[in-house]
Design a protein around this ligand. Structure first.
Ligand code: HPA
Length: 272
């Protein structure tokens, strides 16, 4: 379990590289790394140089923090994230969120690529996460609670901040971007779901399923960071269409939607 002093060491290291004070954080999912390249006057800090950071090996992800300006806002972007399925502990997966908090981040945008479970959605749609279902039987807050970081028993009735969600949906309207809304189910991966599992997930009340986001969202909420999640529905979840699912499809769709996603995020940040 990371201690407050570990977070402080990572923060000190980052602050040696930049005097920028980020107030908005963003975690970039599969194929969305290019957002970080839009940040101006940016500093790039590879994860493996930062004290206590793990090193991600996921295909399609870079592995660095990028701190720079988006309009008048100072943003810290995670280009690449740590996934539970890679074998990282949830403490490692969520450590960067603790670091963002200590750096002064007040609002966090978590993005991901995921599968559409709701059959009225289509590949390439974006989805604002309204709530989540944790299917993993794990939780990043299991273990001793550090009261300096947050409460022991966390209220999760509004993990995804309502006020910020309204801003995102207003921005989507203004930009004429179709923005679905729905519940995200967290699946450990690395296998995709079986068709039977997808039917189960639908019955349970989820609209989309993916392998990330929920641990980071829980820790952001625990830290008092206002959080939103936006998914790129890269594919119909397994069994909905009569075809196999591969990582290539996920990357291809994320690539196709990239510029729309970048527009939505950029204008959202300007409004935050
Ligand atoms: N399931 C889980 N994770 C995913 C999917 C999916 O269908 N697509 C992209 N990430």
């Amino acid at each position: 379990m990371h201690q407050t002093s570990d977070i402080q060491q990572a923060v000190n290291f980052i602050q040696q590289h930049t005097d920028k004070k980020p107030t908005i954080g963003i975690i970039l999912g599969s194929g969305l790394g290019p957002f970080a390249d839009t940040l101006e006057d940016a500093v790039h800090i590879p994860y493996d140089t930062i004290p206590h950071f793990a090193k991600s090996a996921a295909v399609g992800h870079a592995n660095e923090l990028v701190i720079g300006k988006s309009g008048d806002k100072t943003v810290i972007a995670m280009k690449g994230r740590f996934h539970y399925y890679e074998g990282f502990t949830l403490d490692q997966v969520t450590f960067p969120v603790r670091v963002m908090k200590m750096l002064g981040v007040e609002k966090l945008i978590i993005t991901n690529a995921c599968g559409a479970v709701n059959t009225s959605f289509k590949p390439g749609d974006l989805m604002l996460i309204t709530d989540h279902i944790n299917l993993t039987a794990n939780n990043p807050l299991i273990g001793p609670n550090n009261p300096e970081l947050g409460v022991r028993f966390l209220d999760v009735s509004e993990v995804y901040n309502k006020q910020l969600r309204t801003i995102v949906s207003d921005v989507a309207n203004e930009l004429n971007i179709t923005l679905q809304q729905g519940v995200y189910a967290w699946w450990t991966g690395p296998t995709y779901e079986t068709p039977a599992e997808v039917r189960m997930i639908r019955v349970l009340g989820a609209d989309a399923v993916g392998m990330s986001t929920v641990p980071e969202a829980i820790i952001a909420h625990h830290s008092g960071i206002k959080t939103i999640g936006i998914s790129c529905l890269t594919n119909m979840a397994c069994g909905i269409l009569d075809q196999p699912l591969g990582h290539e499809e996920v990357i291809e769709t994320a690539e196709r939607v990239k510029s729309t996603f970048l527009q939505l995020i950029t204008k959202t940040i300007a409004r935050f």
